[in-house]
Design a protein around this ligand. Structure first.
Ligand SMILES: Cc1ncc(COP(=O)(O)O)c(C=O)c1O
Length: 342
């Protein structure tokens, strides 16, 4: 049994200014019907919980809300009047940036690029539609990476004489990741000790969420295991990126501790944004047993990874209580309508 002391992490986080963007703490609750169904199917006890960062409250919610609380405060403190960020057409991060900028009276310019789907809803609907509704200016670049599309937009803005504050892909720098060190603290402070999970499962894209959670639990001396389900790169490449980011988080003086971190890629399939049957089943299962919506790119694949480990008797099958950290992404579901084969 580890000794939990939240005070050093809480004290460190209090030294970083943040704005208020989310309705926090988010709820955490058991998935009773799904647990019973999976226990009957696997013949083993299953105790599944969910943490609802899909309902943070910022323009359809999601994990970027917590990261942007630190990023927007930094932008304001440094005197910027424009936020620049971006990603793929259906970047949830870009949509949350647009909403956060609107709430604090900042301009927002988003560099977006093409991805797996080519349909009209993917290019103009979902998150892109919401970004324009939120008042952001969308600039489109073809055949480049997310980092490139943000860089191109930034270079154009500087050439136009503006002074933009750059929020990187997924707001996943060390400052943004503090939002998830804070979230680890929130889980421990808001759940009774007897309700805390043995494992937390989360989707991994640009690494900030999983890195912040792992660093946060380590900082308070918690031995909760953090399992990151990669939806973008191999487990090896993802883990290298996550560990490098944790080093950057530690460089912000977050107390260091023993990490209990595992990255898996069994749900990645053929690559980022490319549907898998496991993802399709996960979306249907959670919707139809618990009335909760997952997205096809991040949470659907992460939940599929969780289900696969339980059914195959791997990793998470040995965990007494598993908490799935829902990171949002709902607007990205609509362009996938034809792909979901309901
Ligand atoms: C809905 C959703 N879940 C999970 C993630 C992954 O989080 P991170 O980029 O911090 O790894 C993202 C963004 O990348 C996302 O939009």
């Amino acid at each position: 049994m580890s000794v939990i002391d939240t005070r050093p992490l809480a004290a460190l986080l209090a030294t970083y200014p943040k704005v208020a963007l989310g309705f926090l703490p988010t709820p955490a609750h058991p998935l009773s019907r799904l647990s019973a169904k999976l226990a009957a199917e696997t013949g083993r006890a299953v105790d599944l919980w969910i943490k609802r960062d899909d309902v943070t409250g910022l323009a359809s919610g999601g994990n970027k809300t917590r990261k942007l609380e630190y990023a927007i405060a930094d932008a304001i403190a440094k005197g910027h009047d424009t936020i620049v960020s971006g990603g793929g057409f259906q970047s949830n991060s870009a949509r949350q940036c647009a909403a956060a900028a609107a709430k604090y009276g900042l301009k927002c310019v988003l560099g977006l690029h093409d991805g797996y789907l080519k349909n009209e809803e993917y290019i103009r609907g979902g998150n892109v539609f919401l970004e324009e509704l939120l008042g952001a200016e969308v600039r489109i670049y073809h055949g480049c990476s997310s980092a490139d599309s943000i860089r191109f937009a930034t270079e154009e803005l500087i050439a136009e004489g503006r002074n933009p504050y750059v929020i990187p892909v997924g707001a996943s720098n060390s400052l943004g990741s503090l939002g998830y060190a804070q979230a680890a603290l929130e889980l421990i402070e808001t759940l009774p000790a007897s309700d805390l999970p043995t494992s937390v499962v989360v989707a991994v894209g640009s690494n900030g969420t999983v890195a912040g959670l792992a660093a946060g639990f380590a900082a308070v001396g918690s031995d909760i295991e953090v399992v990151g389900m990669s939806v973008d790169e191999s487990a090896e490449a993802t883990e290298a990126g996550v560990r490098a980011l944790i080093d950057d988080i530690w460089a912000l003086d977050v107390p260091q501790g023993t990490l209990n971190l595992r990255i898996a890629d069994l749900a990645l399939g053929d690559g980022y944004g490319i549907p898998t049957d496991g993802m399709r089943e996960a979306l249907r299962l959670l919707a139809r047993t618990e009335g909760i919506l997952l997205d096809p790119v991040y949470t659907g694949k992460a939940f599929a990874g969780l289900l696969a480990e339980l059914r195959l008797g791997l990793g998470l099958a040995q965990s007494n209580r598993i908490l799935f950290w829902h990171t949002g992404g709902l607007p990205g579901i609509f362009p996938y309508r034809a792909e979901l084969a309901l």
